[in-house]
Design a protein around this ligand. Structure first.
Ligand code: BJW
Length: 227
């Protein structure tokens, strides 16, 4: 299954593309979520990420996240691939979560390319690597950057070898994540979408369940229990 920002919306974490409340209604992705934007203006990019980190830290997992924890206990094999960088699936209790676009709460050294702790001392006012003193960046995947190799391989393998593929709370507008549902379908899986609205893939899914993930997923679980 693949989750997106919609599953965390009910936890108060803004989505990207919802018309009124989405982050891209307020901010331009090319100013904030590209390596070029970071190189050109790290202060601005860090300001935005610190604001979002604060939101994520204060957020709590919701009924949708919890339903997926329970679902994993009900089915023999479940791979949870998330585009979300908020760690809410893990905080709800999901294990083995494949973080396709990284995690906003981790820092990565720009020079070494590895996850690091920040230096407590910073001369520039920007966060610096505790190991080498270079600039750190959020450990997320920006536009134009590759998906972490292990996550890419795990997601491809799961999509190519599943009976049911759930696409939950994602607009399916960003690739390569958006291609996973198609990969699953081509491999013979039943594709089910759970979303408050129609998306790019709605016309190609077997079943579209309309509604908030925090309501639809617990209901789905109830139905499984009664069978
Ligand atoms: C609810 C709900 C509720 C609301 N319940 N539902 C092929 C074709 C065209 C372009 C490309 C292509 N392949 C690659 C590209 C380029 C690009 C891309 O896809 N661009 C498109 C926009 C056209 N992709 C990339 O650049 C990717 N990298 C790449 O391809 O690298 C190639 C490469 C290889 C080798 C070397 C070098 C390069 C990387 C993409 C990175 C995306 N990053 C972001 C930011 C992450 C960090 C951060 O958070 O700051 O990831 S962008 C943003 O979009 C974020 C999300 O994970 C991602 C997806 O968004 P998501 O989750 O779907 O959210 P929304 O807001 O779009 O949708 C929310 C949905 O929820 C809506 O449908 C609502 O209706 C619904 N909803 N409330 C249920 N309660």
């Amino acid at each position: 299954m693949l989750t997106g920002a919609g599953i965390s919306a009910e936890s108060g974490v803004p989505t990207f593309r919802d018309a009124q409340t989405g982050l891209w209604a307020q901010f331009r992705p090319e100013d904030l979520a590209t390596p070029e934007a970071f190189l050109g203006n790290p202060q601005r990019v860090w300001q935005w990420y610190e604001w979002r980190r604060e939101l994520v830290r204060k957020a709590e997992p919701n009924a949708g996240h919890r339903a997926l924890v329970a679902l994993a206990q009900r089915v023999p094999r479940l791979t949870l691939v998330t585009q979300n960088v908020d760690g809410l699936h893990q905080r709800a209790g999901s294990t083995g979560v494949v973080e396709y676009h990284g995690n906003i709460l981790r820092d990565r050294c720009v020079a070494e390319g590895i996850v690091v702790d920040r230096s407590p001392l910073s001369i520039t006012g920007l966060p610096e690597c505790g190991r080498c003193g270079e600039l750190v960046r959020p450990d997320v995947v920006w536009f134009g950057e590759p998906i972490p190799r292990a996550a890419l391989l795990q997601a491809d393998a799961a999509a190519g070898d599943c009976d049911v593929f759930l696409s939950i709370g994602t607009s399916a507008a960003v690739y390569p994540a958006a291609g996973l549902a198609e990969q699953a379908r081509n491999a013979g899986a039943t594709v089910i979408e759970i979303n408050t609205e129609a998306t790019e893939i709605t016309s190609r899914v077997d079943l579209a369940l309309r509604g908030p993930a925090g309501e639809v997923l617990p209901r789905l679980l109830e139905l499984l229990h009664s069978h």
